[in-house]
Design a binder for this molecule. Sequence first.
Ligand code: GLY
Length: 407
Amino acid sequence: MNFKTGLLSLLVVCGACGQVSQQEDLVKDSFDFAGQQLKFAFTQVDSVKAALAAADSKKKLVSPRTIEDDGSFKMVASRDWTSGFFPGELWYMYEYTKDDYWKTKAQEFTADIEDQKTNGGTHDMGFKMYCSFGNGYRLTQDAAYKDILLESAATLITRYKPAIGCIRSWDHSRDKWLCPVIIDNMMNLELLYWAFKETGDSVYYDVATNHARTTIKNHFRDDYSSYHVIDYDTINGNVLHKHTHQGYNHESAWSRGQAWGLYGYTMCYRETKLPEFLAQAENIANYIFTNPTMPEDMVAYWDFNAPGIPNEPRDASAAAVMACAMYELSMYNAEKAAQYKKWADTIVESLSKNYRASSEGDYGFVLLHSTGARNFERDVPLVYADYYFLEALLKKEKLEKEGTAIL
Ligand code: GLY
């Protein structure tokens, strides 16, 4: 679909001007609320940092992650997989408001995680560096950020296993898995496609595309739901186990895993234009949005097979990631654009109206009701729910005003 067709179908979707302005209000109102929450979060972060300094602790905590079961504020070190989302939120605030206050704050929190560029012990490089430095580079063209991102991408591909055709995910749990690859890893490929465009070095394109193809082959069931962890033999590339780590059980469909796959293949299609990736994204979307357990407000339960549905926690983080993906996917299928956008709009409206944290409370998180896993972080705020919620709002606005959801 070309730009004009996209814009035209959007105007049909949006209908009367009144509806457009109502949608703009929702985006503005949500960003106003997020700005207020993030300013409150700075006070909470400062208290934690001051307490560490007073205790003469060597521990360096850089950004918020969640609220613990005991009600305390959890901040993380730069090595944590979630360390890039808070700086990323600040970049999105800058993008929406164009206010240098947010730029300065974003720069400050982004700088705190630079050390991760050489951390070869993690596949979460994209989550950490592309959400922080990546957004920062996109918005400022700061050459130092570009160098940091290129070093990060070079570090990430050291984890690629040619015999498998995938980037290794975790190094932990060696008693359980030889070479685990998790569906989440699809999200880290965006950094590699960016590095390919910047350098022209096809190794980045090939690693990302091979990873995505191998994942289509081994991670998905016939109904296009996905396993969480595939364990591979590093010598011959054979699949050893199909497991879950965070979902309900090995055969269940963990909601955030489905969301990572949906976003991942939508992004891979944008970067490669390979029809196999578009087909995969659309099949995943169909699994998610026609699932009999999907509630009316489109904020999925934490696992599509959780046994106690409807008395199970939701996962606002999965919903926010799904909304981001569906805004973009709506650009790639003219016939389904209206339906895809409607699903995304329903999520964004639900999150904005019914999942908000308390004003200047909840340590400054924006959304409540996310779920990290079967056995931890259940029904809590999570920093990445807030990050992808702001991204979804930006995509929605851009799609409605300019006919593209690509930031
Ligand atoms: N990448 C970890 C998660 O989605 O929880």
